[in-house]
Design a protein around this ligand. Structure first.
Ligand SMILES: C[S@@+](CC[C@H](N)C(=O)[O-])C[C@H]1O[C@@H](n2cnc3c(N)ncnc32)[C@H](O)[C@@H]1O
Length: 305
């Protein structure tokens, strides 16, 4: 295995400082990636502390496993983070002190042309973080024009969604990232074409990996897996993710989740957590200069009551 992969962890110290409140605690890194945050977490744990590292990507986990080999209190699980509870409850582990989500894809995934995540490099239209399920080619070549329009609009917020979807349907099949990019370039011209390509590729990636559903499910179950005082720390990178995190956290810290127009509360909901960050933590100018991929990051934290 190559050891030349680089992924600069985003908000590394800020996120881990918020997460680890007890050196002997039991923690989950739900998006281990290349293990940058996990390494920092391990550095804060005593030998009695434990860390469970999840990732869908077997290549990333293998890399992280080598990197963290020195630590004997780390367990690696290749699975979707919406299966945290199923996986860990099966091992009789039910109470955790903190769960970290650093969402999206790693640099290793984006920078590997054969994974098909980037419109900057030619590769197969794959985009799966794991090694099962439908690929981006399946989406592009089998979805109806209406469904392609919907995902480009909802997950990419792309202005030309309808026209791009129609052109794809008229000219498919597509097998490679460069062929799909060339198709988009027949619709979008001028200086904004790379922004449109980024939005179309983001939309496809979200659809292929069911990213927003997984996030919502994982956040819903994670709160119930925490001990009192345990924390959830989420680093998100775009508004669709952040909206889910913000709303789920707001519900968790609220005594009522009735629609605001309702005159009296009928939900009977009780707050289960408190906010630790009133406003999201953001990367400093210095971090953004050193690692431009951090520029859109937002980190939110809640603590179980
Ligand atoms: C931004 S990277 C994490 C980088 C990591 N914190 C580090 O410092 O190296 C996000 C990782 O989450 C993984 N991932 C994304 N969605 C996932 C999901 N639903 N379940 C499990 N892993 C997921 C990706 O495969 C990727 O490796």
């Amino acid at each position: 295995m190559s050891i030349s992969y680089q992924h600069t962890p985003v908000l590394l110290h800020e996120a881990v400082e918020q997460l680890v409140t007890k050196p002997t605690g039991v923690y989950i890194d739900a998006t281990c990636g290349l293990g940058g945050h996990s390494l920092e977490i391990c550095g804060k744990l005593s030998p009695k502390g434990r860390l469970f590292c999840f990732d869908l990507d077997p290549a990333a986990l293998a890399f992280a496993q080598t990197r963290l080999a020195h630590y004997k209190n780390v367990v690696f699980v290749q699975n979707n983070f919406d299966k945290l509870k199923v996986e860990l409850y099966a091992q009789d582990l039910t109470q955790f002190d903190g769960i970290l989500f650093d969402l999206g894809v790693s640099s290793m995934e984006i920078d590997s042309p054969e994974r098909g995540f980037s419109f900057m490099q030619d590769g197969p239209l794959d985009m799966r973080m794991g090694n099962t399920g439908m690929t981006a080619a399946d989406v592009i070549n089998t979805y109806s024009r209406e469904d392609l329009t919907r995902i480009f609009r909802n997950y990419g917020e792309e202005r030309f969604s309808g026209r791009i979807a129609r052109r794809i349907v008229e000219t498919r099949p597509y097998r490679t990232t460069s062929a799909l990019s060339a198709c988009v370039r027949t619709i979008v011209h001028g200086p904004h074409v790379n922004k449109s390509l980024a939005r179309i590729f983001q939309a496809l990636r979200i659809e292929v990996n069911r990213e927003l559903d997984s996030l919502q499910n994982a956040l819903n179950t994670s709160i119930g897996m925490l001990r009192s005082g345990g924390r959830i720390v989420v680093i998100s990178y775009h508004s669709l993710e952040d909206r889910i995190v913000k709303q789920t956290f707001l519900d968790a810290v609220s005594d009522c989740i009735c629609p605001p127009q309702d005159p009296v509360c009928t939900c009977g909901h009780k707050a289960v957590a408190k906010k630790i960050t009133r406003k999201p933590l953001l990367p400093s100018e210095e971090e953004i200069t050193l690692n431009p991929r951090s520029r859109s990051a937002k980190c939110r934290v809640i603590e179980k009551l």
